[in-house]
Design a protein around this ligand. Sequence first.
Ligand code: SAH
Length: 363
Amino acid sequence: MPAIIDRDPVLIAVSTGGTSPALARRVRAWIEAALPSRLGDLARALDSARPTVNHALAAAPVRRRFWDAILDGPIAARILRGDADGGNRVLEQLAAPDGGRTAGVVHIVGAGPGDPDLLTLKALRLLQQADVVIHDRLVGEAILSLARRDAARICVGKAKGAHSWSQAGINALLVHRARDGQRVVRLKGGDPNLFGRVGEEVAHLRDHGIEAEVVPGITAATAAASAAGFPLSHRGIASSVCYVTGHGADDGEPDVDWAAAARPGQTVAVYMGLSRIAAITERLLANGLDPATPAAIVESASLPTERRFLTSVAALPAVARAHRLTGPALVIVGEVVRLAAAVRPQTTAARCPSPPRAVGIVS
Ligand code: SAH
């Protein structure tokens, strides 16, 4: 019996010629992961438009180009996202003045915190289809190597001292590549929706008539909390989570309501906070946060180089100084950090540079 992948009306059978049912199941799982869940909807939408398309485009090569443009473009992306009106969208495209050549689609994809296993299935699929991957500096080789070998890779990240792309330059590049008919993946660390300037890129693409689809990813805060072994919320301890940036525009002071961040019963996750950790700590304490509140720094969460430091908020600057952190690091402040030792038995207490009440360092 072959293993069946059923995306009715699309049906795939896997056979190993009877040599190994276990292997057939494994191959089935690989293929399942590679196929969008709404593949059947896509097939039905294309089928409903087929008689009209066949009639309108008599020459087979023209027809083939039309279908390829539909499959590579925003219409297929929309149907796979759940747009039930797919057949009509195909017909609208047929009537479009450019004869079915679409303006392209850019997928703005979250790459997660770094571990390729934490990519979403959708991110992996899009990465493997992309003609060009335009990525930030934080996206590592382990993830980039999952793109097709012949895909172009362009790093537009900002590295200290190196040439860096302006946001306007990145926007223009996205439009240029999409207009060229390429399948463009804009790959961003973590979740593009958090501190990723995704709004500016989406607005620019839409202003230029190009569809943009944002694919969420696992953000650094959840990866860091999992790595350190504590939750971000916990009944009776933290009923809200506050995501803040430690950096404002032009590397200045961020526009953060520190009084709201310092509220009790809340967890604060600080992105891009390490280089300004002394000022951030000072703001939190000045707004009434107990200096003994537990805090964590997680560097390179989910990567082989991950390091975790558990301490108190007052000791954050000293811990950051003492351990010369070089990777991306997330700072989490709140009573939930105290749960780390209980949740993760291997967490061992170690000495912090004079914290008022340390809960341990793990590295
Ligand atoms: N969109 C990203 C955040 C971009 S801002 C997300 O959702 O995660 C960049 C900041 O994210 C870094 O300065 C750091 O604070 C944090 N960060 C990103 N990846 C990280 C990782 N693997 N470990 C710890 N912090 C990380």
